[in-house]
Each structure stands twice: as C-alpha cells, then as structure tokens.
Design a binder for this molecule. Structure first.
Ligand code: NAD
Length: 530
C-alpha cells in the first residue's frame, strides 16, 4: 500500500538523526512530493479574521529555487489596507482569546502540534520545494515546529499560567502576581526555517493569550499558509491569527509601524531587525523580540581531533547551503595544524552531493534567490583579491543545475583583517584564517558584530572552559562533529543571539522565552478574610 503523506509515522527526524528507517522515510517523502507538486500552480488569498481577502499589490509568484521556471503558486501580496484590516481583526479578537482559560488555549495549541506531526511529510515536501532544503533538513524543520509548540505550552503549564501568590506585607492583604498578554503581536519570519520559526514565534505569542498577525517571508508563503490552515483546524479563533503574505516593505513595514500592534516578534536579518527596533517604540516602549543574523566561528586548536573538526565544520558550513543563522561561516585554525585541517576540510567538501535536494541522497541544494547568487559572486571576487579561493567559487550550470540557483561550496583562506570574516553573507562561503592559539581565536571571533553560535575543537578541557567563559555568543558547542555551530533543538539548546544577533538576552528554544510575551500585573486586595 502506498504510504499516506498525511500520516506522520512514528519516527522523529531531527537535523542530525541517524536511527531512522530510511526506506520508509523516503517512500513517504516521495508520496508527499507528488502530492505537493500536484497541488502547485494555484492562487491563494490572504486570510484576515477568517475571511479570504485579495492583496493590493502584485501577487508573489512563488517559484522553486530548484527550477525557477516551476511555479508553486501565486500568493496575494498584502499592502497597508489589508494590514490595517488584520490589525482591526486582531484587536477585536484579543479580549476573548486572552480571557480563555490558559488550559483551553494550550489544548488548542497542542492540537496544532499534533496536526503538524500528522502532516510532517507534506510540510517537509513543501519546504524542500519552496526553500531548496534537503529531505532531512526539511523534515527537521517540521519536527522542530511541533516540538516548539509543546515546549512552549509546557512552560505555561509549569508556571501554572503565570499566576503566583506573593508575600503579604500586612495580614489584611492578599497579593497575586500575574503575567498578562500584551495584546496584538506582529510575527514576521524569515525564509530559511519557514515552519519552525513561524510556528515557534506565533505559538509562544498565542499560548500566552496574544493575538497574532503573521507575515511569512515572501519566499515561503506556501509553508506559511499550511501553518495557518493547521491553526484554524486546531481551533484557534479566526480573529486570533491572520495570515498576511506579502513583501517586507509593502506588508511588513506598515504592520510593525501600526499603533495597534502591541509588540513585534521577528526573526531575520540584523539590518531589518535594527530598523524595526529603532522605529517601533514611539509613545512608549514596546516589546521587540528579535532573533537576528550570525557570523559563526569554529575554532580549531592544535590538540583537536582534526577529522572530527573537518567533519563538524563541513557539516556546519554546507547544511542548507550555509543559509542557516547558525551556519559555520568562518574558521580560526591553529597555524601548526592548519595545513592538515584544510586538507581534510577540502576532502569533506568534495564529498558534498550537490543537486536537486528533493532527491534522496542530495545534501546540498540551490540558493534561495538571484540576489543570493550575486552576493556569493561578489564575495568570491573579493576573496580572490584578498586571499586564495581553495575550492568552489563559481555558479553551477549544466543541464539539471542550470535551471536553478546553484553555486559551489567555497572555501577561501584570507588574512584576518578581511571583512569577509565579519560580514554575514548567508551563502556557502567559508573564510579560513590562521591564528597563533586560543587567545587570538577568541579575540578574532569576538570582533564580529554578531554573537549567535560558536564551536571549538580541542583536546583540552581547560581550553573548552576558557572558550565558554570568553566567547561572545549565545549558543556554544565543543567538539561537535555533527555540525560545528549548528543543530540546536527546543528544550536542549536555547537559541539566544548576543550583540547584533538578538535583542532580549533570552532565546527561542529556551526556558525563559515564553514569559517575554507577557507583562506583569501585581494585584493587591485589602480586607475580606485575607
Ligand atoms: P530578512 O531580514 O530579509 O527578512 C525577514 C522577514 O522580514 C521577511 O518576512 C521579510 O519580508 C521581512 N521584512 C523585510 N523588510 C522588512 C521591513 N522593512 N519591515 C518589516 N518586515 C520586513 O531575512 P531573510 O533573508 O528572510 O532571512 C535570513 C536572515 O535571517 C539572516 O540574517 C539569518 O541569520 C537570520 N535568521 C536568524 C535566526 C535566529 O534565530 N537568530 C534564524 C533564522 C534566520
């Protein structure tokens, strides 16, 4: 019997899973791909307060980066009018959603998590086509989304709905501390983890009683729409979650600028995040929860297991074509082991299987859009001027790859002064520099304006401790062969960006995330039998 793509199966696939029945996985994935391809080419409206609404801008033509002539669908593009309508719906719905007992809200969200698991093959196949993710990467994205919902729900539960009896200053008073929702959250997400990040941000906002206006990235409206469908089927009230697909300037900008928006949860580039942060708070300071870019370094010391280091760096750098905020994009290697490390790194890079990422064994697909290819080409030509390009450095064409946005994974050795060590590129370009030891490696790492993830390879426990103490990054790994700087999971590795990589000092996937969507109210009642 053919597997049903709507039947999630029981095995969980994470970004680094190994113990999965791969035959069953691929059979289900094939089936889901067929279903998604068959549903391609349709037109989709916005969904505002449960109503289908056309967009006022030219629709987004959603193509797959695997073959840019293949249209996945046409999605309405919201402008100011539709965004304002969505804010009206969210404000209308906020009192009812906030008043719902928190256990009832969690029940609805857990039903959404169950639906995500049930449809994980369909979701993964959609992402594989829409983003150009490999099968395992896209399945990890879907699984993470479901786990995030459960994890955030459990935070509300463990805090007993964030209602707490407080001390009494006199015997006649009763003091209760309550965390209450802000009201309406704008939720704006990036293209690279369209399911996990959209779900994580919106589920935390919803679980805490806020209503949400959701704008997916313009490159991934289809995955976003699948999330909308799931929330509606799970029982989220229509006014509590509106879907406004659209472009950043046309839809995102009027959304966060609207005075009826009480807070913004955003994941994306530092540039856009900083703009929102600077512009958001006018009459008063609004919550602005931001997870931003990264320029993540791997530090390879002279006592490191170089095989493990080369594998960890290659996996961290080439997964999702380096389009992860956590991707390894620079390496500081001890000069005594640099030659051997680079040899091994080039060996591992040559093993990368480039091609259509919806195929079974491909682990390196296309870039998301033409501007990424241009950014890649500019970086390569700068690297040729400043240092040496050891492998890659070109766009990939030919019969199959020429239809999509493919480039070769690129490793360049550069002087430490090169700006290619500190700018986020978000393309498969890995800068390698030699250092004299840990001190210089840490100093160089901390020079970047970002502070998201970092990884060290060393045989010395003392070096690991010093690395943890002195590195300016929120997610740190030591000797991680499955990805030097990548692979965080809800409840295991909180994902907190320092410096230009985030705004609040409390990360998604972590135990302090959910409380940020609420504000505190102290309630004192005098008299009675208190
Ligand atoms: P982006 O900043 O270009 O876009 C993100 C979202 O912002 C999109 O929905 C876009 O339409 C919207 N947007 C653009 N301009 C806007 C404006 N003026 N007002 C409001 N919204 C606007 O980012 P991207 O290219 O989609 O994603 C890649 C970036 O995201 C990288 O910098 C990456 O490091 C970062 N990222 C960070 C994390 C994290 O957890 N720290 C996770 C994933 C991605």
């Amino acid at each position: 019997m053919a597997p049903n793509p709507g039947d999630g199966g029981s095995e969980k696939v994470t970004y680094t899973s190994a113990n999965v029945d791969m035959e069953a996985f691929h059979a289900r994935f094939d089936q889901a791909l067929e279903t998604v391809r068959g549903a391609s080419g349709q037109e989709h409206p916005l969904y505002i307060g449960g109503r289908e609404v056309p967009g006022s801008h030219d629709p987004i033509v959603d193509v797959t980066p695997i073959d840019t002539s293949f249209e996945l669908g046409r999605f309405a593009a919201a402008g100011q009018d539709e965004v304002f309508e969505a804010v009206t719906a969210a404000r209308r719905g906020r009192a009812e959603w906030a008043r719902l007992p928190w256990r009832d809200r969690l029940e609805i969200l857990r039903a959404a998590a169950a639906l995500i698991r049930e449809r994980k093959y369909l979701l993964a196949a959609t992402m594989s086509l829409e983003v150009g993710k490999s099968r395992l990467e896209s399945m990890g994205d879907a699984e993470e989304a479901a786990d995030l919902v459960d994890y955030y729900c459990s935070q509300v539960e463990e805090a007993d709905g964030f209602v707490r009896e407080m001390a009494r200053v006199t015997p006649h008073e009763r003091n209760i501390d309550v965390l209450r929702p802000y009201g309406v959250f704008a939720c704006i997400s990036p293209f690279n983890f369209p399911m996990a990040l959209s779900t994580g941000m919106s589920a935390a906002a919803l679980a805490t009683g806020n209503t949400v206006i959701y704008k997916p990235a313009e490159q991934t409206p289809w995955t976003g729409l699948r999330l909308y469908d799931i929330y509606m089927e799970a029982g989220v009230p229509a006014d509590a979650f509106s879907y406004v697909s659209g472009r950043g300037e046309e839809a995102g900008e009027p959304l966060w600028r609207h005075p009826g928006v009480d807070g913004v949860v955003f994941t994306g580039s530092r540039e856009v995040g900083m703009k929102i942060h600077h512009g958001l708070s006018r009459e008063w300071i609004k919550p602005c929860l931001m997870e931003l870019g990264g320029k993540n370094a791997a530090l390879v010391m002279d006592t490191a297991d170089l095989e493990a280091a080369a594998e960890g760096v290659a996996r961290g750098a080439w997964g999702l074509q380096n389009q992860k905020c956590s991707a390894t994009s620079r390496v500081y290697v001890h000069r005594d082991v640099a030659t051997e490390f680079v040899r091994l790194l080039l060996e591992k890079t040559a093993e990368v299987v480039i091609g259509d990422p919806t195929e079974r064994d491909v682990n390196f697909g296309p870039l998301i859009e033409p501007s990424s290819v241009e950014r890649y080409e500019r970086a390569v030509s700068r690297a040729r001027e400043e240092g040496e390009v050891l492998t890659g450095g070109a766009r990939l064409t030919g019969e199959a790859l020429g239809k999509g946005l493919y480039v070769a994974p690129t490793v360049a050795t550069l002087p430490l002064s090169s700006a290619l060590f500190t700018e986020e590129l978000f393309v498969p370009f890995l800068a390698v520099g030699e250092v004299s030891g840990l001190e210089e490696a840490i100093r160089e790492t901390n020079r970047a304006p970002y502070g998201l993830t970092s990884g060290i390879f060393t045989g010395s426990d003392e070096e690991i401790e010093r690395f943890f103490d002195e590195i300016e990054a929120g997610v740190c790994y030591a000797n991680k062969r499955t990805g030097a700087t990548t692979g965080a999971w809800p409840g295991a590795q909180p994902f907190c960006g320092w410096k230009g990589s985030g705004s609040t000092g409390k990360g998604g996937c972590g135990p302090y995330y959910v409380a940020q969507f609420m504000r505190e109210q102290s309630r004192t009642v005098i008299g009675g039998d208190a």
